[in-house]
Design a protein. Sequence first.
Length: 321
Amino acid sequence: MASPNKNLNPRTARDHGGGLDGAIASYGGTRTDWMDLSTGINPRPYQVSGLIPSDWTELPDHGAFERLTEAARHFWSVPDGAAILPAPGASAVIARMPALAALGRVQITTPTYNEHAAAFSAQGWTVQPNGPTEARVIVHPNNPDGRIWSEADANAPLTVIDESFCDVSPEASLIHLATCPGVIVLKSFGKFWGLAGLRLGFAVGQPELIARLNDLTGPWSVSGPALRIGEQALRDVEWAIATRQHLSAEADRLDQLLIRKGAAVVGGTTLFRLYEVDSAADWQDRLARAHIWSRVFPYSQTYLRLGLPPADGWNRLEAAL
């Protein structure tokens, strides 16, 4: 197995999934021709309904925020002593995390989601792979390998627990730590519910920390449509249960297909899978010629990450492989 580069410079490593414009420039076609498997977004999203004209035309009111946070508290079993802040996507909160503590050192074990290191580095922090440090970030489960962390890993004065992909495995959640001093748990709405364009995320932690984050994000940070859709989706527990079962079956199906084609499973979640192949660049090129976009990483020549295909994309993926 290739060994990822632990000394990756966070200022130059902000690669992400998506980026179809670049793929189209290199391989042709239009956006409608492409199947984007480079992200970990549920290809069978929550069905949006019930929006009313005032969701678009009026500033969101306090009651809408309260209803959303109440739904979030129930869905994620947020402890009573923790406060919840809705935000315009988890990335908006990630960018503000470094401002919650005095400048220092932050432990971020790589490989992982690179926006955390980029945010801390941009504000002058020293990013390092191990402690002791004044802050720590754990992505739980980790992106891209699906690593699960433990309660003992939340061991810095400021600890950020990014649970953007944890809704597929709620039994692993560390949300109960949200009442601990210095701990903030992040939740993303776009991945599990498949509505990344809605831009909705949450920060959960002690009321004092959340109040400081609220001051940094400002008023009306979440749109009226996002407030209403988020509340509806978080209250739809039956959809969540059925979706977890469906994603698990689809992830198993993807693993079996890739194994037959010569890949080895490294890890991941049921929203994305990480494989080891002989040459990630060659595999990406082969798929891209069929207008299927995948994810490769600057720190590994053999890691290939794939999201789940839509229902009508399986035959096309198998043919491309």
